[in-house]
Design a protein around this ligand. Structure first.
Ligand code: PLP
Length: 425
């Protein structure tokens, strides 16, 4: 029906019929009623589609996920309680104890911790790699038990851009899927599936929600990865699931296998469901996403240019700046702009940076990013404080790095705020 991303934001997903509400209703119910025991039994056997318990599925969640799936150009999608849950499920759906996967070292601190510490306790090992290494160098990190490759389109917090095609080629030549966290770019600015990614994840907490209202996550599967062609690597998808009467997901559900397994097994057992109320906010956020993202990018470019030219600023990383190290990759993967997040440092090191941050009046210090109000934080003191100096360096985070997330305020007001704080130091 709709072809452009803007129209899809409004019209994909929930399509009301005659006399139905125009806005996505919230199915605020734990359970559904059935006429007979057999009717409900068929759902438990995954023989018919339908709803029975909100821990597994809820129509509000499914319709919001359907809109996001359409925007990403995917085949099937699901919402999760948080971005953390989305990335955990995305990996755990294809890895089990004894398996290994590869992730860019330049990723969100929470994801780094999940992969490095918690998944290691589950017997799943992650090798972190410098995403700028050559294809030949990166190929050296694959092992016989490697099951997935993971990266972020635009990394949080250092704003480097992933060469998605390079990572997709590497993953596919080793018979494993590429999973890309597309939180910062959003499907408005980049659709990783078009560049070869197999699975896309989101923290909907950020731009998709857009107003710092609710924590949530999402997984979208392209349906393109052929699990059966690599059946020995992915027994969870290609051999019978005894907890569902011996269903073989890849045979029974084809392109829907990955999301069906993640729902039927992982959501059933871990229960990281998003509340229907929050799914409603996700859907509403997606409706205006294209307008907001454009403004976030316009504002950010003005601010990055201002900072870049300021004598008290040591450096700025923002991919839309022509002199940025990632500008070439940004032009290819993010031709309409990257995102509203940038990082920079003021001259004089870590303590001067903190002094500067404390002098800002409009931008607030918050453990958040990518919402309507401008906020900032200092990863070395906040989000990444659990990392050693060595790990910080490995993740490309210098001790003076300030992550600045540009909101939807007037750019000149934000620049005036930065200027008065810079004048004070
Ligand atoms: C915030 C974030 C996450 C984690 O999401 P939550 O919703 O906070 O659990 C994952 N990836 C990226 C890129 C993020 O920015």
């Amino acid at each position: 029906m709709s072809t452009s991303i803007e129209t899809k934001c409004l019209h994909e997903g929930y399509e009301p019929k005659n006399g139905e509400p125009r806005q996505l209703p919230i199915w605020q119910s734990t359970t559904w009623k059935y006429a007979s025991s057999d009717d409900m039994g068929a759902l438990f056997d995954l023989e018919t589609e339908g709803y029975f318990y909100t821990r597994l599925q809820n129509p509000t969640n499914d319709l919001a996920a359907k809109k996001l799936t359409a925007l990403e150009g995917g085949y099937a999608g699901m919402l999760t309680s948080s971005g953390q849950a989305a990335n955990f499920f995305a990996i755990f759906n294809v890895c089990e104890a004894g398996d290994h996967f590869i992730a860019s070292s330049s990723i969100y601190g929470g994801t780094y911790n999940l992969f490095c510490v918690t998944m290691a306790k589950m017997g799943i090992e992650c090798t972190f790699v410098d995403q700028n290494l050559s294809e030949e160098e990166l190929a050296g990190f694959f092992r016989p038990n490697t099951k997935a490759v993971f990266g972020e389109t635009i990394t949080n917090p250092v704003c480097s851009v992933l060469d998605i095609e390079k990572f997709a080629r590497l993953a596919h030549s080793h018979g494993v899927p590429l999973i890309v966290d597309n939180t910062f770019a959003t499907p408005v600015n980049c659709r990783p599936i078009e560049w070869g990614a197999d699975i896309v994840t989101h923290s909907t907490t950020k731009y998709i929600d857009g107003h710092a209202i609710s924590v949530g996550g999402a997984i979208v599967d392209s349906g393109n990865f052929d699990w059966m062609a690599h059946a020995d690597k992915f027994p969870g998808l290609t051999t019978p699931d005894e907890s569902y009467h011996g269903i073989v997901y890849a045979e029974r559900f084809g392109k829907g296998a990955y999301i069906t397994k993640a729902t039927a097994q992982l959501m059933r057992d871990f229960g990281c469901i998003q509340s229907p109320q929050n799914a409603f906010y996700v859907n509403a956020g997606l409706e205006s996403l294209h307008v907001r993202i454009q403004r976030h990018c316009e504002n950010a470019l003005k601010i990055a240019s201002f900072l870049n030219a300021h004598e008290k600023v040591a450096w700025v990383h923002y991919p839309d700046l022509p002199e940025d190290d990632y500008h070439e990759l940004a032009k290819k993967y993010l031709p309409n702009g990257s995102c509203g997040v940038m990082c920079f440092a003021v001259k004089g090191g870590r303590s001067r940076c903190i002094e500067f941050m404390d002098s800002l009046k409009l931008a607030t210090i918050a453990t958040h990013v990518a919402d309507a109000r401008t906020c900032l934080l200092h990863p070395a003191s906040h989000t990444h404080r659990q990392l050693s100096d060595e790990q910080l360096t490995e993740a490309g985070i210098s001790p003076d790095l300030i992550r600045y997330s540009v909101g939807l305020e007037n750019a000149d007001d934000l620049i005036a705020d930065l200027k008065q704080a810079l004048d004070l130091i």
